[in-house]
Design a protein around this ligand. Structure first.
Ligand SMILES: Cc1ncc(COP(=O)(O)O)c(C=O)c1O
Length: 464
């Protein structure tokens, strides 16, 4: 039996809603004559907005089906490991909520979000030294919706957003959905390179482009795992100030420092020029979909209008559920135990990479968050290699997902958040074997470094 045969044949859930369900199509064909049975024809295909055509299936979503197969070690997704949450405590507080305040917590609420959760959000931000007024907070459905609303209120089609290289795939999709153009700014081991920011913004403006903001994840970036040093934060803010450029700081991993204390947020360093996105997804649970935007008051007013047009109000029950968890549980200690768990997983991944990876492979050494960014030597294409990796029972996210311009072919994002240390070790060993084989093949076909066909866009982060 080949290793692919060992993978369960259970069909993957549909990942593309425009595809007609095969069973429904067959039934329709039985009931009508002259009815086409093409299972992929979409009769609305010529009616979708230009905006919708820019949307790509997220490789992460496509991989969910693979990740769920028990034989495959998935180093692909970014799901937090919430198995250690006190589910009994959460359950009791939800019951109490319904029993005592059911008519309020299941009602419509404020477009800006409930005052109670906005107070709690300020307490959470204070742990990172970010002191804020609840009035400047807008609650969103996860920070993903924060990104959506911020892009909605700032970007017209054709406007430019500056982003890290590589950048969070969910943000790239949001920018694409508003037809904004993404220009990647170079990174090194200390984060964004201010000179590159200056160069790219100046060049874009010279070409008549309207550059709307810089999008950055300064703490334990997804996907690179890199954090901006304190000095670099000051330099990036100074460059943004000089360029009169708004900064959008996305900070879902800020409390997950595995090696020390948090560095100051960009928002605390330059409150008037930074819009800050936060989330409970990584420090509590993503299922409640509660995130937030902290912004200057004029921006907040626009965000609330945008939130009202999108959802009327963010989910009230979720906001109360999160408030209740924060009030009833020692959430700081809980974050501490998440940190211990993720540190053990990160350390296992780094040790396994050092033990197994072929010479010339490099990777980042994150001080927090969920991800390691790996660079393969030679002419190896991570997207083309993925089916072979899955055949060998390991999955990852190809680097190309994190660039809007086709880069990332030699890169892989590995996540250490979800699998156990034992599984991480096995997964990395399998991946090392796959990369070795792929390098051998590349060598055989004379595609090795120097003569390779892959596009090379310069150094990117020096992750050696
Ligand atoms: C950098 C970054 N921003 C935003 C999000 C979205 O998180 P949320 O669950 O708060 O919408 C994620 C999720 O993985 C992320 O990694």
């Amino acid at each position: 039996m080949s290793s692919i045969d060992r993978i369960s044949r259970k069909p993957a859930p549909p990942i593309d809603d425009v595809h007609v369900n095969a069973a429904a199509a067959a039934e329709a064909a039985e009931n009508t004559t002259n009815h086409r049975v093409d299972t992929t024809f979409d009769k609305f295909h010529d009616r979708y907005s230009t905006r919708s055509l820019g949307l790509k299936t997220s490789p992460v979503r496509a991989l969910f089906a693979v990740a769920n197969r028990p034989e495959v070690v998935s180093l692909a997704g970014g799901m937090p490991n919430i198995a250690d949450l006190p589910l009994d405590v959460v359950g009791e507080s939800l019951k109490e909520l319904v029993d005592t305040r059911g008519a309020v917590v299941m009602q419509y609420g404020s477009g800006q979000g409930e005052p109670e959760i906005r107070e709690h959000i300020c307490e959470v931000m204070a742990v990172e030294g970010l002191i804020a007024d609840p009035d400047d907070v807008t609650v969103t459905c996860g920070s993903q919706q924060g990104l959506d609303l911020v892009t909605r209120i700032f970007c017209n089609p054709g406007d430019v957003v500056m982003a890290e290289s590589p950048a969070y795939v969910g943000a790239l999709n949001t920018f694409a959905s508003y037809q904004a153009e993404v220009i990647h700014v170079d990174m090194d081991n200390n984060g964004l390179v201010p000179e590159s920011l200056r160069e790219h913004v100046t060049a874009a403006r010279r070409n008549g482009k309207s550059v709307k903001f810089l999008y950055t994840v300064p703490n334990h970036s997804n996907p690179s795992g890199i954090s901006q040093s304190a000095k670099r934060r000051r330099e990036v803010l100074a460059a943004a100030d000089e360029l009169d450029l708004l900064v959008v700081e996305d900070n879902p991993y800020g409390l997950l420092n595995l090696d020390g204390d948090p560095l100051p947020t960009l928002k605390s360093m330059d409150p008037d020029n930074v819009v800050y996105l936060g989330s409970f997804s990584k420090t509590f649970a993503p299922g409640f979909r509660v995130g937030w935007v902290l912004s200057p008051s004029f921006v907040r007013d626009k965000l609330v209008l945008a939130q009202e047009s999108a959802t009327l109000c963010p989910p009230v029950f979720s906001q109360f559920a999160v408030s209740s968890y924060l009030a009833h549980w020692d959430w700081r200690a809980q974050v501490g135990s998440f940190i211990d768990m993720y540190r053990a997983r990160r350390d296992t991944m780094l040790a396994s990479l050092a033990d197994t990876m072929p010479e010339g492979t490099t990777w980042s050494r994150p001080s927090g968050g969920f991800f390691v960014w790996l660079t393969m030597p030679g002419a190896v294409d991570s997207a083309a290699m993925l089916p072979r990796a899955v055949t060998n029972l390991v999955a990852y996210t190809p680097g190309t997902a994190f660039y809007a311009d086709g880069r990332g072919q030699r890169n892989i994002r590995l996540s250490f958040c979800y699998p156990t240390p034992e599984r991480i070790k096995v997964g990395v060993e399998r991946l090392a074997g796959v990369i070795r084989e792929e390098l051998d093949i590349a060598k055989t076909f004379e595609l090795a470094d120097g003569r390779h066909h892959l596009r090379d866009f310069g150094p990117g982060p020096n992750l050696a």
